[in-house]
Ligand binder design. Structure first.
Ligand code: ZN
Length: 398
């Protein structure tokens, strides 16, 4: 039997929209779907597309505080209502402004991650599901943060726990920003292992995610963080990721893998300072595909995340989907799609390859060998930490 992949998609994802000046633009989801379509991925027998519906208030409240959910609902109906103080809940800030319909928009993202979860957990034919609109990893129990109102990942994890009491979930986050919300929700929970690769909090929002954040109480040892230096390039990232991720997942042996696939580690991303090119996402996809199969019961739920170049995110996520359904794509872009991005985002550099191997970051480092040496040493220390602390901690308790 062939394992199938479910893509969760609806045009209604466009309603999660903070306005034209905001960096998180739902256009990237539309352009992602368009690229997948123009590359004929939807004609593949291993792929099925499903349309999500809104998560119920009860499902959202498994993760979020009911008082906070009510506040979001109220402001969603009347954004100018000042009988509540939105900033106490992280709302109406520059990052996460209030907008009419934000409750439904956020509930739809949660509903899509719940559908992805059900597909993988309940449907025998489907082993992978991908909700590109999901991945709102900064939202906390009672507080919005960093463009995230409801944490669809925490909602999905609670749903899984509701389906199977003692389920063990490995959550892996490759967004350039630390997955602080998800880590916070499950910081004392040994049944949810959180692993985050991100630009170090010394340089980037939200400032957390250092290697000493390992969990607390019964959950001690079940939060793992890889804070990376700005300018980290493909070669360094690949070495670290390929080395650590399969070993950690093998040691934990979860019932299911849940990944947040934020694509803002790309070197051109306007909000971050990393040195990775799109080709890294092919490597990451390969490692995750193999690891899900070998160590995570062949169950992989994927959600999107950050990524602020409309021309980069669709390419990264298309590469993930292609790997999921075992399609080897050529390194070229359909003219139709290129014309579409020229029209929609004329101010972005027009891409001409599906994945660039841009080695700008490596070339920059060649002219600063002393910095390169420091970065290589730093990554070696992270690998050693993984071997000497992270994995032994997991084995001790699992
Ligand atoms: Zn991010």
């Amino acid at each position: 039997m062939v394992d199938k992949t479910a893509l969760i998609y609806t045009d209604k994802f466009q309603i999660y929209n903070f306005g034209p000046q905001h960096p998180l633009r739902p256009l990237r989801i539309k352009l992602t779907y368009s690229l997948m379509e123009k590359l004929n991925l939807f004609n593949n027998e291993r792929l099925e597309v499903f349309e999500p519906s809104l998560a119920t208030q009860k499902e959202i409240e498994r993760a979020h505080d009911p008082e906070y959910v009510e506040i979001v609902k109220k402001l969603s109906e009347t954004p100018m209502d000042r009988s509540v103080q939105p900033y106490l809940y992280g709302l109406d800030t520059g990052d996460t402004p209030v907008f009419k319909g934000m409750y439904e928009a956020s509930a739809l993202v949660c509903g899509a991650s719940l559908l992805a979860t059900d597909m993988v957990w309940q449907d025998n034919d489907i082993s992978i599901a991908f909700n590109p609109a999901g991945g709102l990893h900064h939202a906390h129990k009672k507080k919005a943060s960093g463009f995230c109102i409801f944490n669809d990942i925490a909602v999905a994890i609670h749903h899984l726990k509701n389906l199977k009491n003692d389920i063990r979930i490995a959550y892996l986050d490759i967004d350039c920003h630390h997955g602080d919300g998800v880590q916070g929700f499950f910081y004392d929970d040994p049944n949810v292992l959180t692993i985050s690769f991100h630009e170090s909090g010394k340089f980037l929002f939200p400032g957390t995610g250092n290697t000493k954040e390992v969990g607390e109480g019964a959950g001690k040892g079940f939060s793992i963080n890889f804070p990376l230096l700005p300018g980290t390039n493909n070669r360094m990232f690949r070495k670290l990721f390929r080395y650590c991720v399969p070993r950690i997942l093998e040691a934990y042996a979860p019932d299911v893998l849940l990944t947040q696939l934020g694509a803002d580690m790309y070197f051109g991303d306007p909000l971050t300072q990393m040195g990775l090119s799109i080709s890294i996402y092919r490597d990451i996809a390969q490692t995750l595909y193999t690891s899900a199969h070998d160590y995570c019961q062949n169950k992989w739920i994927a959600v999107g995340g950050g990524g602020y170049l409309m021309t980069a995110v669709p390419r990264a996520w298309t590469l993930f989907l292609a790997r999921m359904i075992d399609v080897e794509l050529k390194n070229e872009l359909p003219d139709e799609w290129v014309n579409q991005v020229k029209e929609e985002v004329p101010y972005e550099t027009t891409p001409y390859l599906l994945w660039d191997r841009d080695d700008k970051a490596e070339i920059q480092l060649l002219s600063h060998p002393e910095i390169a040496t420091k970065m290589i040493d730093y990554n070696r220390e992270l690998r050693a930490l993984c071997d000497e602390e992270f994995i032994p901690n997991l084995k001790k308790k699992s």
